[in-house]
Write a protein that binds this ligand. Sequence first.
Ligand SMILES: NCc1[nH]cc(CCC(=O)O)c1CC(=O)O
Length: 307
Amino acid sequence: MDQIRIATRGSKLALWQAEHIKGLLQATYPDMKVGLVIIKTKGDKIQDVPLAQVGGKGLFVKEIEEALLDGRADIAVHSMKDVPTELPEELMLGIIPQREACEDCLVSMRFTGLDELPEKATVGTSSLRRQAQLLNMRPDLNIVALRGNLDTRLGKLERGDFDAIVVARAGLNRLNLSAPCMHTFAPDRFLPAVAQGALGIEFRADRSDLASVLAFMDDHPTRVCVLAERAFLFRLEGGCQVPIACHAVMHGSELRITGMVADVTGRECILRSTTGPVAQGEQMGRELADVILDAGGRRILQELYLS
Ligand SMILES: NCc1[nH]cc(CCC(=O)O)c1CC(=O)O
């Protein structure tokens, strides 16, 4: 193989991620030509409408996948968090590189943590998962919608629209963004989204040539954790607009998975954990989802889908 075309969105974060993979490829195969194919998705064009109204699940991914299916590109680099649990049959997430930072981060111009925020402080996030966990710990907070790219969100914080915002630590790290106060939540105190901080490389299932060329980038522990988290989400049929969280950690031959379903007010957060052998990760993810459904998660999700 002498060239690889990488399909990516045009946002700074997406471009960083695609360039990162391009760099890894070129370091390993100095003679290979690696190019980026930038796709402008509907989700990038519509920034001010709630995601659920413009098509919700997989909004950023579908148009990238079309470029793989019609041969405009060979591989796509995604934030795994944004990739729906069901893929088109012809495609696969063939490579999952090492996850860097999975955590969420409270970012503020003045306040160093959640406990330091004043009564009724305004916190920006459009994630129902973040909203539920924030309100669970601090029911007084005023949660305000905040969409857009990471630098746009930080710009609004700097402008004084919010006392704090919550964003993914991985995004801040990748774009080298910072603010005066940044508190990174421990994942067991503030549960990340499924696959947060992980990248996924998608390509056509019939491209075994790509699978072997890219194999050096695959990270087994990350793959185990991300697949278990996605199995949890799949069982809950969760889109990106549902307060669902899951985080898995591998310790030797053991996997520990923690999952959560919450209501949007944060009054009810149903949190459960399980531990078992690495080889059963996906089954454990599904079973953990069932435990949470039976413990009240089913009722919460039904109420949410009806509203
Ligand atoms: N929802 C958008 C999105 N998709 C991936 C990341 C961050 C990087 C990652 O989690 O891999 C973000 C930003 C955020 O959640 O603050």
